[in-house]
Design a protein around this ligand. Structure first.
Ligand code: SF4
Ligand code: SF4
Length: 175
């Protein structure tokens, strides 16, 4: 019988640091803001943290992120289960809720680019908070936390026209 991959046999709490880190698919969607209204409804925006690099889809200062952005969250096994705002495609959330990794996850595909090639990341879809203005003006869809098919940012077709002032601003804000 073929050996099962570690994420099918090892609980999140028991993973090594290396295994845990490798679960992150690099989608960057946790660095893109959501809004919660008074009824607890969550809305996805296309506005990202000022330290998010929308080309590489990575934090531009990962080492210092928790100091630079006090709201920046370190995902933990407990948080993976409890944070409703985490993208439904987030590998930590998927596993915490007993689901499997998708075919486009780099650990499954063997290709770090598959998350981008399959349109499952925030790459080049977002505007920096430094330039965006009011978050409320950037809502793109409702985020349904317990629906694995609710993936508004992936479904969002960003206007990548370089003449669009918003996109110009986003380019200028990258680190
Ligand atoms: S949403 Fe999850 S998988 Fe995607 S970058 Fe954030 S921690 Fe990694
Ligand atoms: S500081 Fe970095 S990791 Fe934290 S939200 Fe901003 S871009 Fe993402």
């Amino acid at each position: 019988m073929p050996k099962q991959p570690f994420w099918k046999t090892t609980p999140l709490e028991a993973m090594t640091d290396e295994q845990w880190e490798s679960l992150c698919d690099g989608c960057g969607k946790c660095c893109v803001y959501k809004i919660e209204d008074e009824d607890g409804e969550l809305y996805q925006t296309d506005v990202c943290c000022q330290y998010f690099n929308a080309d590489t889809c990575q934090c531009s200062d990962y080492e210092n992120r928790l100091t630079l952005v006090p709201d920046c969250i370190q995902v933990t096994p407990k948080g993976a289960k409890e944070y409703e705002w985490l993208p439904n495609t987030c590998a930590y959330k998927l596993l915490a809720h007993g689901r499997d990794l998708p075919s486009w996850h780099p650990l499954v595909s063997g290709d770090p680019q598959s998350v981008h090639n399959e349109n499952r990341s925030a790459r080049n879809k977002v505007i920096s908070e430094k330039r965006a203005g009011d978050l409320e003006d950037h809502v793109i869809a409702i985020l349904i936390p317990d629906d694995p098919d609710s993936d508004p940012l992936s479904d969002f077709e960003a206007d990548i026209n370089p003449d669009n002032p918003s996109n110009q601003a986003s380019k200028n804000s990258k680190k």
